[in-house]
Design a protein around this ligand. Structure first.
Ligand code: ATR
Length: 278
């Protein structure tokens, strides 16, 4: 790898045209006056391996990986970080100077960094967290909450079996709840996180009665279209502390940008506005 070359990074997925990552990294490149580029690349399952492996010789220092390659990319990595191994997926690939491909997962980091930035007094250790959903995003959120010291995670998913599998994987701090009994358990939760796609524009609503939630509970949603989901609005009306989901996307990008462009970027209101602009 040539240090003097124009640094390149990008995002690989399919489809990729709606990805906000080029806008996000482009904002930072401009802000910090870095003569680099961040490029969206659409690869198919057939072209993924060859495409990824060709990137270092073209001047790429790394890439983000999104759907549907977040799990399969692990098989191509020479080094897998602990958190990527625990989550079972990677979103941040770095082509190291020693030629090895490193796979990391920064989604859980992004989740925690966002909550800490927008609700600085929150701590995972204050009590049980109720997590809705058992997909890829849930795995990242759960692993981050566990490493932040959450005493228990109450996990509810429409398909109970997937929640049971996460309990097997992450261990005894996970308690599986019935999807239909979420509302009844809210009084004991100190943190509530929606990791499902419910409530997203074009998806079904998340139907949850917040009648028993305690004021002051931290409520956050990984859905960010709309930014103020019905869940966040209802929680705010009950005196909960709410954190919207766009910041998770912004913060998960920080470690990759720092690895590739050698500058730790800031997540601030100007970045939010640039990424959210129509
Ligand atoms: P991601 O990787 O983004 O988390 P995913 O693996 O497809 O995506 O997971 C989507 C989550 O949203 C799952 O928890 C899913 O529940 P199931 O495991 O039962 O599919 C949840 N979800 C999606 N549509 C749902 C719906 N209509 N009702 C309840 N949960 C839903």
């Amino acid at each position: 790898m040539n240090d003097a070359a124009i640094p390149l990074a990008g995002v690989i997925g399919s489809p990729i045209s709606h990805s906000l990552s080029p806008r996000l990294h482009g904002f930072w490149l401009q802000k910090y006056g870095i003569n680099g580029h961040y490029i969206p690349m659409e690869l198919t399952r057939e072209t993924f391996e060859k495409g990824l492996k060709s990137l270092p010789s073209l001047g790429f220092r790394g890439v983000n990986v999104t759907l549907p390659f977040k799990e399969t990319v692990l098989a191509l990595a020479d080094v897998i970080t602990d958190r990527a191994a625990l989550i079972g997926a990677a979103n941040t690939i770095t082509f190291r100077k020693d030629g090895r491909i490193q796979a990391d997962n920064t989604d859980g980091y992004g989740f925690i960094a966002n909550v800490k930035q927008l609700a600085p007094s929150w701590q995972a250790s204050i009590g049980p967290a109720l997590v809705l959903g058992a997909g890829g995003a849930s795995r990242a959120v759960i692993s981050a909450l566990l490493s932040e010291g959450v005493p228990e995670i109450w996990l509810a998913n429409r398909t109970r079996n997937r929640a049971d599998m996460l309990r097997e994987h992450f261990g005894a701090r996970i308690k599986v709840l019935d999807w239909t009994k979420i509302s009844g358990e809210l009084a004991g939760a100190c943190t509530l996180i929606n990791t499902t796609s419910l409530g997203m524009q074009g998806q079904q609503p998340l139907q949850i009665d917040l009648g028993r939630i305690k004021a002051g509970t931290l409520v956050t949603d990984i859905v960010y279209t709309p930014l103020q989901t019905d869940l966040l609005k209802a929680a705010a009306a009950r005196g909960c502390v709410t954190v919207d989901g766009i910041g998770m996307l912004l913060h998960q990008a920080v470690p990759g940008f720092e690895n590739w462009f050698r500058k730790k970027p800031k997540v601030d209101d100007a970045l939010r506005a640039a990424v959210l602009a129509p």
